[in-house]
Design a binder for this molecule. Sequence first.
Ligand SMILES: [Zn+2]
Length: 219
Amino acid sequence: MFKSLVNIFSKLMATRVELHASATCPECGSQLAREAGDHAPKTSWQCPNPDCPPQVLQRVVLWASPEAMDIMGCDTGIVSQLVSRGLVRDAAEFYRLRLAEIAALDGMDKQRAGELFDAIRASKSQAAWRVLFGLGIPNVGATESQTLCRNFPTLDGLFAAGRERIAGNGGVSEVVARNVADWFADPVNRKLITRLEKAGVNFRSELYQSQAITSPVKA
Ligand SMILES: [Zn+2]
């Protein structure tokens, strides 16, 4: 038992050493970069290519997941097919899908395809904090997304606020504020936000309570 554990451990170590030596992503061949951030473990490497297939899949899976946009019937199997067929590469592409494209997926029948098509359309009116969480910004989990949406009336308002105002008014840590600002500074992400807004995805926060509402009502 102990010996087999030692074997597994040394194999893992060997893989890690190999990874250091080659330092390229096994999926897309990009040069690996050491993970950024003060808390990243020393041995942590990541692929910097945003188009790296597993990263694309991970982002699209998160968007559709029950924790984020909760698109009914859009499980990992369906998402994998949508991604591998090149139909969906980011969140906004869900809203360009045609019924015929969904119906052509493996294991799909007419009724299921119709239901999924409707579920994708319905997800446009999901709560703004789900939209924010679904973007997969580092350190912005469901809790942080809800806190930010309590303090900013719209998602465009949040992104326009910039790092200092997010840290000052957002009720979140410096790290979260920086990550939100950094994420939006990337032109690809700015474009994604514009495309989502054009598709009709809800950016208005129903959690937001302005000062006027939260202050006690005078008798
Ligand atoms: Zn890669």
